[in-house]
Design a protein around this ligand. Structure first.
Ligand SMILES: O=C[C@H](O)[C@H](O)[C@H](O)COP(=O)(O)O
Length: 260
């Protein structure tokens, strides 16, 4: 069945499959959003159904909550969990310091709250997500609908003051209408090309009235699991300074691919 998956999906699956090894019985786990995180939720569901591990999952979006329930994971809110042992999530970009751009799917706000309320955040990604410098992927910024054009103008002004390379700021659309997040907000995508100082940019953007949160995750991620299309995975731990390599056997998970 894996023959029907593209190499990129195999890479995402391999990273997800390796990352769930970090999950132990009784843990409260933050469940990320996106195509890579969806593989992780399916793998966790398999562990719950077949290995009998008991976990409580805190989803970062409506769609992840739906998938988690479908695969048999007990879903609780962050307020019920209060604090999490671990969050596993995808990313749009990561750099050598494991700083991230997230929010390509519009879930950055809940994702950042959940990851920050976790002892550890593990990012799962295919090799295409690794960059020398963040910023080729447009940086998502969540803004409240009221006065969003004013917020955009203030962001553009801030980008000029910071002397950032690209300054194009676009409203994310969903067909003919503005995209609406799970929190009822809009997303502005900042086409910056290169983010020289992500920490400074994040602080400046978050001070602008109307901005709820931005997609830069600075010093939040501890471990990245990078998947390759042939099943190889690298586990890079920024705190321990270690890199481990392994290979995932796709055949062991064939049942996960049958109902796609
Ligand atoms: O809002 C979406 C999330 O930040 C995703 O984790 C991110 O966009 C990566 O998604 P994917 O795994 O589909 O590339």
């Amino acid at each position: 069945m894996t023959g029907e998956l593209s190499p990129i999906d195999k890479a995402k699956f391999a990273a997800a499959k390796r990352a769930v090894d970090f999950v132990e019985d009784g843990m409260r786990v933050g469940l990320g959003t996106g195509s890579t995180a969806a593989w992780m939720v399916r793998c966790l569901g398999e562990m719950v159904r077949e290995d009998g591990i008991r976990i409580k999952g805190v989803p970062t979006s409506v769609r992840t909550a739906e998938l988690a329930r479908q695969v048999g994971i007990e879903v609780i809110s962050l307020d019920e969990a209060k604090w999490l042992d671990l969050t596993i999530d995808g990313a749009d970009e990561f750099d050598a310091d494991l700083n991230l751009i997230k929010g390509g799917g519009g879930a950055l706000l809940q994702e950042k709250i959940v990851a920050t309320a976790s002892d550890q955040m593990i990012v799962i990604a295919d090799t295409a997500k690794e960059v020398g410098t963040l910023g080729a992927f447009p940086l998502p910024v969540e803004v409240i609908p009221f006065g969003w054009q004013t917020s955009r103008a203030l962001i553009e002004e801030a980008l000029i003051n910071l002397d950032v390379m690209g300054r194009d700021v676009t409203l994310r659309m969903n067909g003919d209408a503005a995209f609406v997040t799970d929190e009822g907000n809009h997303i502005l995508d900042l086409h910056l090309k290169r983010i020289g100082n992500p920490r400074q940019l994040s602080l400046v953007i978050n001070q602008i009235p109307g901005v709820v949160e931005n997609g830069l995750f600075i010093d939040i991620c501890d471990v990245v699991v990078v998947g390759h299309g042939d099943g190889r995975v690298e586990v890079r731990d920024i705190n321990a300074g270690t890199v481990e390599e392994e290979k995932i056997d796709f055949l062991e998970s064939d049942n996960l691919f049958t109902d796609l």
